[in-house]
Design a protein around this ligand. Structure first.
Ligand SMILES: [Zn+2]
Length: 287
């Protein structure tokens, strides 16, 4: 069983043909055009090449930013404000393609095949430039009004804190995104920070950062009582020191001990390919 997943990011369009849900057996990539019409043509052309190799494979789209139910996309990474990508793709393909934002696609991939597989209640939290992710409740992705989904990274963890691009002050991602760890460590890479922490250096900075992450995790645990929290993004690649420290710190809070002794904190399974795999999963679900 094959499906084609297309992952539109700020710099590249990545396409993958996925076999049995998890194995990418063909890949293609191009630079992301800024013009939505040129983007739709590029995707039609990439999918055309893939379809000749895998005839009849359904196609799903993952896109950066947020989108409404008509497929109008707003994504700062692409410089788009309500860009009509959905309608333009409809023109190119003569059919509506299932499309979700990258966070929902990553959540779908983890839920169907990865760290949240079989979860009734679980969270995916991606620590990157910002904080993304999503929530599974009752075995399905939680959605808000008009199909919108929650913005975990813009949960306020510091009253009257730093101003955020979203217009609020004190959002979680202003303190706990992986990019903030880099800033706290004077601009050295996250990888370098982790290797120094392993060597017993920069421990004050590391613990201050972990504290910011754990404040948010603790609130999310109180709201959702998840079985599993999967941590994604480059930081979770750094191995057990990261996940282990989060787990240890969360376990030291009294609320966790009292109410939530069952929540597991683990690394997300899929990193760079989460968008492709999630988009392919959407295609299969829609087909
Ligand atoms: Zn915000």
């Amino acid at each position: 069983m094959y499906a084609i997943g297309v992952d539109i990011g700020g710099t590249t369009i990545k396409l993958g043909c996925v076999q049995d849900g998890q194995t990418i057996i063909y890949r293609d990539r191009r630079q992301s055009p800024r013009d939505p019409a040129v983007m739709a043509q590029a995707i039609r052309s990439m999918v055309g090449v893939a379809e000749r190799k895998f005839p009849g494979a359904p196609v799903g789209i993952s896109c950066a930013g947020s989108m409404d139910s008509q497929g109008y996309v707003t994504a700062s990474q692409l410089g788009w404000q309500a860009a009509p990508l959905g309608p333009l793709l409809y023109e190119q393909f003569n059919r509506a393609l299932p499309m979700e934002n990258d966070a929902m696609c990553a959540l779908a991939a983890e839920h169907m095949y990865g760290a949240l597989k079989g979860c009734d209640t679980g969270l995916l939290i991606t620590l990157g430039t910002g904080i993304g992710g999503g929530v599974i409740v009752g075995g399905v992705p939680a959605r808000g009004h008009m199909g919108l989904h929650g913005e975990i990274g813009h949960m306020i963890t510091r009253a009257d804190g730093r101003p955020c691009s979203c217009g609020q002050q004190g959002c979680w991602e202003m303190y706990a995104a992986a990019s903030k760890l880099r800033e706290m460590a004077g601009g050295i890479s996250v990888r370098e920070v982790i290797s120094r922490v392993r060597a017993g250096d920069l421990l004050d900075i590391w613990h201050a950062y972990v504290h910011e992450v754990v404040i948010g995790l603790s609130s999310l645990m109180m709201i959702f009582a998840p079985q599993v929290i999967a941590i994604g993004g480059g930081l979770s690649n750094a191995g057990d020191i990261v996940i282990g420290t989060f787990r240890q710190q969360v376990e030291q809070t009294s609320a966790f001990r009292t109410f939530n002794p069952f929540t597991q904190i683990v690394s997300a399974r899929f990193q760079n390919d989460a968008g492709i795999l999630g988009a392919a999963a959407l295609a299969l679900l829609a087909g």
